[in-house]
Ligand binder design. Structure first.
Ligand code: GSH
Length: 216
């Protein structure tokens, strides 16, 4: 048994970020599938750790932590100093900025699009709502494209925590049957990410078992 345990189903995009980071850091960990079709996230034992009843939660020694972004920040700060987590606050500031942008600005419409298109059964889909979320997500991807014209990764030319929230969205973005705007620099960034075994393991996870399911 490793000191570090992740609880949460890998089909969850929030769990995926955590697994991606752990794999990038090369840390040993145990992974327990929980939530969704696995259940367990409303059991008293789990709620005692995470009263929010959602996944992921991690245990690292005595530390119990939930909220995927807090977990990603903790793992990067604790184990990725100098790589995923620049130690100098001035160097780290844009990393924090883009990580927050990914989570707050990009993720909202992207996840709404995924829910409306993929998780909603075909007979219940509302095209005008799908189109609105697609248009807003596309605008964010175009902003990202302009930014990535100048950089190989979100901040500078190596992977940092800044890549995690936005990078997480890409597998599903490219897998969804939608009309995407031309974003050649995002395409190149995605190709670079796909070359990383950690990204393959954490993020490139087929989502067939989520199609048409709104019950979790
Ligand atoms: N803000 C939370 C959101 C967590 C969340 O919504 N998790 C979803 C999966 S992506 C969940 O637990 N759904 C219930 C389930 O899987 O049973 C985080 O980032 O960790």
């Amino acid at each position: 048994m490793s000191a570090l345990t992740v609880l949460g189903r890998l089909s969850s995009c929030n769990v995926q970020k955590v697994i991606w980071v752990l794999e990038e850091l090369g840390l040993p960990y145990d992974h327990i599938e929980l939530g969704g079709k696995f259940g367990g996230n409303n059991d008293p034992d789990y709620l005692a750790m995470n009263p929010n009843g959602r996944v992921p939660t991690i245990k690292d020694g005595e530390l119990i932590l939930w909220e995927s972004d807090a977990i990603v920040r903790y793992l990067c700060a604790q184990y990725g100093a100098g790589t995923l987590w620049p130690e100098d606050p001035i160097a780290r500031a844009p990393v924090e900025q883009w990580a927050t942008w990914g989570t707050t600005e990009l993720l909202g419409d992207w996840i709404a699009l995924f829910w409306r298109l993929v998780r909603t059964p075909a007979e219940k889909r509302k095209n005008h709502i799908i189109e609105r979320h697609l248009a807003l997500t596309s605008q964010r991807m175009q902003l990202l494209d302009r930014h990535l014209a100048e950089h190989d990764y979100m901040v500078g030319n190596t992977l940092t925590m800044a890549d995690v929230p936005a990078g997480m969205t890409l597998y599903r973005w490219y897998a969804m049957e939608i009309e995407r705007p031309a974003t050649p620099h995002v395409d190149d960034w995605y190709a670079r990410l796909c070359e990383r075994p950690a990204y393959q393991k954490g993020i490139c996870v087929p989502f067939d078992d989520l199609v048409g399911r709104q019950d979790f």
